[in-house]
Structure formats: structure tokens, C-alpha cells
Design a binder for this molecule. Structure first.
Ligand SMILES: *Cc1c(COP(=O)(O)O)cnc(C)c1O
Length: 386
């Protein structure tokens, strides 16, 4: 059978391959220490589940507007005004099947053959594939550990060509945990406005911050950058709702209407009662978010310090999200070999950096309990020492 050229250029997900192998080992009764999860290890807060159950009982089980329930879009617009200083109306919001589909949909409405999309590496592994599926060209700009994996102003300027359509900005970052400081976000915004390109700001980890790290939404800086910004986010990471599949994009009207067309012919509305869970997530106390962040903060301090004591390994301190991005270049191994051997010999799962565009590194998620983290550090030390 001949499959489309479109799908043939897309790489399979390495994250899923390692996770599947770890799961298969667990199913055989092997004690695997897993640091591969890209999701919080907490259950969804009870009040959110209760709100979805009530919605089910009330018969919120039918088709809804493709762009999402009005009440949820209003709640999101309020949140963006209050938390992010972003002046979107409910009409500027589309509720999507996770933050992932908001980004996929956006690429469909903006990108065509010949268009270039600038993506700093290491990157979330779906960005380049989404660009390719839209027929565009990902332009990967490699950042360095010395610069905390941040793209510099010079790098961004040099990457922009007459074909550049969009810059993909993700702070706090998956896989590095890097958080751009407000003055750095402003400097990037200045270039985006000067060179008249668009930016999509993936803010899915905005609530997961440590120490005195601050999140600044790039679209909030001034009117000029606001016009060129699409803000993408969701409930998966902040409220531990990965399986619910509720995300959103906020965008200028012209883009929003185009995304609504794509959604109307693809996913249609997000599961109706799941949207009522998301309304409760926004309209109730945010204490549950803070509790999760506090737990992550403890694990992050412990794990960052412990990994840096292992000779041959190093990583910058993450200020957001729940990942450590560890440089393994001194071990002389490439990331896929490192991860495969670590899983086979020490039953410890991590994600090879090659999946994120950086083969000298691996990603550990600390969205797991302290006992697993302590045991993992032991196994990792033994592995590197041997
Ligand atoms: C998890 C994640 C998303 C979106 O996840 P959904 O489950 O689709 O909401 C988007 N961007 C990054 C960087 C992520 O890690």
C-alpha cells in the first residue's frame, strides 16, 4: 500500500517507544523506575471530577459549539485577563482537544509550502512534525546549556528570512524547564514586531514555576506584539487533567475564525462534560495547583542536586515545568543508546534527547514520588559508574 508523502515524512514518537518498552517490562513484573512520564502523577482534583459528573447527570452529553462552551470560553478570557494581562474576549478563544490540537490546528491555518517556522532546540517533539504536516519547513535553532537553553536575540534575528512566518515560543519549556525572564521575553517580542512575524506562545506550564521565576505572557507586552501573538495553553499540566483533552488557543479574530473552520471539519467540540470540569478548574480555588507545585519543587531541588553530583552528568537548574534535561556528552554515549542501556541494565526509563533535537542529552521527568526518585538516583549512579 502506498501511504501519503505527508505522513511518510513524520517521525514516530520516541517518547512513546521507550514508554511502551518500560510498560511491557512492568507488565512482566519487572520493577521499573520510570522518569519518562510527560504528565503530573497526581489525580485530577476531586472538585473538578465532581463538576464533570454533575454535567453528565445534567445531560451535558450532546454536541456543542465546535469552538467550545461559551461559559468555558468566558472563564478562559477572564483568566487570561486576570493572570496574564491578555485582553482577549470570549470570541477570541477556541477550546481544543488538548493544547496539542490547538497547536496542530494553528499550523493548519497559518502554514503552507515555502513557509518557515523557527523552533528553538531542544523543543517539544511535536512542533516540527506539526509544521511538516502543514507542508511548512521547521527551522531548528540550537541553544546551549551555557545559555540555559534559551534562544538569543542574535540567533532569532539570524534565523529570520523573508519566508519566516512563525516563531514557536515555549516558556516554561518542555524538555528543559527553562523559564525566560520578563526582560528576555520583551527583547524577543521587539524582534518579532520589527521583523513582522507571528509568534505562538505555548504557555501550558505557566503555573509550574520555582523559586522567584516569573512568567510573562509575550502577548501582554504591547498592542503591536499582541496582534502578532497566538497564545496556546490547557488544563493538562496545571490541573493534572492530561486525559481530559481540554486545551485552548486565544488569537486575533481572523486566525480564530480560520481555526474554527478546521475544528468544525475535524474534531468538532471537545467532550462536552469534560469542558464543565475545566470550568470548575478555573472558577474554584487554585490551591490544588499550588499543592502540586510544592511537591514538584521538593523533588526538583533534590533531583537537580543529586544528578549534578554524578560525575559525567550535568544539568542547569530548571525554573519551571517538571523535567531535568541532563547533558550526558562526557559519558561518550548518544542519547538513544544511553536510554536503552539504562532501561535494560538498570530498569530505569528516561527519554533520549534526540527526540527533542539534542542527542547529547536525556530528559528525566520528576513527576513521580520521592521514593522512586531516590531509587532512580541510585540506579543512575551505578549505571554511569560502570
Ligand atoms: C503537554 C504539553 C502540551 C499539551 O498537552 P495536552 O495534553 O494536549 O494539553 C503542549 N505543549 C507542551 C510543551 C507540552 O509539554
Amino acid at each position: 500500500m502506498k501511504l501519503s508523502a505527508r505522513v511518510n515524512q513524520v517521525s514516530p514518537s520516541l517518547t512513546l517507544a521507550i514508554a511502551a518498552k518500560a510498560k511491557a517490562m512492568q507488565a512482566k513484573g519487572i520493577d521499573v523506575c520510570s522518569f519518562s512520564a510527560g504528565e503530573p502523577d497526581f489525580p485530577t482534583p476531586k472538585h473538578i471530577c465532581e463538576a464533570a459528573k454533575t454535567a453528565l447527570d445534567e445531560g451535558k452529553t450532546r454536541y456543542g459549539a465546535a469552538v467550545g462552551e461559551l461559559r468555558l470560553r468566558e472563564a478562559i478570557a477572564n483568566k487570561l485577563k486576570k493572570d496574564n494581562n491578555l485582553n482577549y474576549e470570549a470570541d477570541n478563544i477556541i477550546v481544543t482537544n488538548g493544547g496539542k490540537f490547538s497547536l496542530f490546528n494553528l499550523m493548519q491555518v497559518l502554514i503552507e509550502p515555502g513557509d518557515e517556522v523557527i523552533i528553538p532546540a531542544p523543543y517539544w517533539l511535536s512542533y516540527p512534525e506539526m509544521v511538516k504536516l502543514a507542508g511548512g519547513t521547521p527551522v531548528i535553532v540550537e541553544t546551549s546549556a551555557e545559555n540555559d537553553y534559551k534562544i538569543t536575540i542574535e540567533q532569532l534575528e539570524q534565523a529570520i528570512t523573508p519566508n519566516t512566518k512563525l516563531f514557536v515560543f515555549n516558556s516554561p519549556s518542555n524538555p528543559t524547564g527553562t523559564v525566560y525572564a520578563p526582560n528576555e521575553v520583551k527583547a524577543l517580542a521587539k524582534i518579532i514586531v520589527e521583523r513582522d512575524i507571528l509568534v505562538v506562545s505555548d504557555e501550558i506550564y505557566e503555573k509550574i514555576l520555582y523559586d522567584d521565576a516569573q512568567h510573562l505572557s509575550i502577548g501582554s507586552i504591547d498592542e503591536e506584539i499582541f496582534k502578532r501573538t497566538i497564545t496556546s495553553s490547557g488544563f493538562a499540566k496545571s490541573h493534572s487533567m492530561t486525559g481530559w483533552r481540554v486545551g485552548y488557543a486565544a488569537a486575533p479574530m481572523e486566525i480564530l475564525k480560520a481555526m474554527a473552520k478546521i475544528q468544525g471539519h475535524s474534531t468538532s467540540n471537545v467532550c462536552t462534560f469534560a469542558q464543565y470540569g475545566a470550568i470548575a478548574a478555573l472558577e474554584s480555588s487554585q490551591e490544588c495547583v499550588q499543592e502540586m507545585v510544592q511537591a514538584f519543587a521538593q523533588r526538583r531541588s533534590y533531583m537537580h542536586a543529586a544528578v549534578n553530583t554524578i560525575s559525567g552528568l550535568s544539568c542547569p537548574k530548571p525554573y519551571g515545568a517538571f523535567y531535568l534535561f541532563v547533558d550526558i556528552s562526557k559519558t561518550g554515549k548518544k542519547s538513544l543508546d544511553f536510554c536503552n542501556q539504562l532501561l535494560e541494565t538498570k530498569q530505569m526509563a528516561a527519554i533520549p534527547g534526540v527526540a527533542f533535537g539534542m542527542d547529547d542529552c536525556i530528559r528525566f521527568s520528576y513527576a513521580t514520588d520521592m521514593d522512586t526518585i531516590k531509587e532512580g538516583i541510585k540506579r543512575l549512579t551505578e549505571f554511569v559508574d560502570s
